[in-house]
Write a protein that binds this ligand. Sequence first.
Ligand code: CTP
Ligand code: MG
Length: 397
Amino acid sequence: MSASGEVWAVLLAAGSGTRLANAVGGVKKQFLSWKGFPLFWHSALTFSKTPAVTGIIFVFPPDQVDEMKEVVADLDGTDSLGMPFKVTAGGKRRQDSVFNGLNELPSGCSHVLVHDSARPFASAAMMSSIVDMMRNGRDAVIPAVEVTDTIKEVDGDIVKKTLVRSSLKAVQTPQGFSLPVLYAAHEQAEKEGWDVTDDASMVEMAGKNVHICSGEEGNVKITNPEDLKRIEEDSRILPCVGWGYDVHKYGAGRPMVLGGVPIPGGPEIIAHSDGDVLLHALADAVLGLFGGGDIGHHFPDTSAECENMSSGIILKEVLVKAEDAGIEIVHVDMTIIAQIPKLSPHRELIRKNVASLMGLDKNQVNVKATTEEKLGFTGEKKGIKAVAAVTGLRKYS
Ligand code: CTP
Ligand code: MG
């Protein structure tokens, strides 16, 4: 293995995430979704943006390797790493998983970056500086940050010793090694039964120098439930309002229906669909919440399919579109404008029916009715109009 050979990453994702399991319903932390990808994929993307890195060995829990081969291939298909990779099975302890990963490295590999997929925030710049130090002859380079707490060695609840903080560092991954040095340390660890929590420990125990470089305060390991807030989706909820307006002409046609409620004795309506002026205005208002156009576009009156179409169905379809756009509807206010018929006897029933169609409480729906003082076409009893305003909350992430 030449000192100027390839640098590969071993990305560890074979742990069971026991400290976090209860808080996330048993999902292994490396598979938690963050910004549209499983957590482990973020580190893979960072390696792919580190020019000195040639390829990646993914290490997954043994019983999930087959499934993860497909997942990684799919992720690479959507957002290509642009580098070779392999998927392999981890072991019982972290150090077993690393060793399995090392055994998958190609013969041209001279250096390796071992990284915990539970550290998704490590930067490509830090990875590059670790590789630079190795290229300059260091066999082991690990990122380290200052310790801010005073650290004590304890036995049960008794303090045995206070360590000198100025000589302490907290270390992170990726940890960079010359492959022969790390491989030999792993073989020795196996032979002598060393049980360690990072690779640098075994290289130190094997008597080699391990160098530190500047770590990153942000490069935290997602370990305990309180760390989950770091990978919560950064989302904002903003209010939105949609407005709708519709008119129908009176004349021999269809019996009057308003808000899905039949209005016995009301003038007949000329209409292509069921002529429910109120639900049409409401459906347009729902579309307005998310820039969804208008019902004329989605349900053209030139279409045979829309002939006699129930406005309840139109409303249901636009509600699904609003939900798909990430909108929660919280309020509806509507006004029916007509000289005839008298609407006050029907108002409560319309309110109840609209609330049920919208999946809202009755107190989130208001129905008003007015005349136009005998002015205009409603005043002349030639037709009816309705307006609706819908308020929603839209989630942006
Ligand atoms: N890891 C691994 N194989 C193991 C144990 C750990 O690949 N047998 C990986 C984890 O997936 C993680 C990294 O090593 O990315 C650091 O380990 P840790 O934070 O301890 O993760 P877990 O072991 O999964 O968590 P816990 O200790 O809470 O069970
Ligand atoms: Mg662990």
